[in-house]
Design a protein around this ligand. Sequence first.
Ligand SMILES: [Zn+2]
Length: 170
Amino acid sequence: MSSSFQTVVDLDATAEDAVAHGARVAAWLVGEAIVELPQYGPGPRWERATGFREARGSEGLSVVTGRTVFFSPQHVGPPVCPHCAAVYGEGHREVFSAVMDAWWETGRADVSCPACERVVPLAAWEWAGDGFAFAYLGFEFRDGPALLPEFVTELGRLLGHRTRLVRGRI
Ligand SMILES: [Zn+2]
């Protein structure tokens, strides 16, 4: 049986501060009783995350830290330049797959935009469908109903960072 995931990815947390931001926001979620210890399962006020009081199959939250390729096999569209909004067309798979390997090894890798010619860090590229994020912190909710948009927004506000919701099935 496949399982679904919805991950609120922090696009700005760094290798150095991701654990601290993850712990801070997880503590807030526990304090608000949205999730509960010991394993961040759905808490008494879980409805703030999904609109449903019952878990409805949700396994609650996992906080993912460290260099991670957040990926949705179902929602992966082409890369989009964050500067000029051009879609990287023909050949993007070959170009990006080499760059992804470099990012995975070193945490740094760039791709030049063929349209505006700016050099863009891999993690700064946007993706049609929000199918990828290259980052150091994610709040992963496994199975269960869709997260409320206002809950996703609230997590971003608490983090004080840009976020991207990557969701799919594995
Ligand atoms: Zn561009």
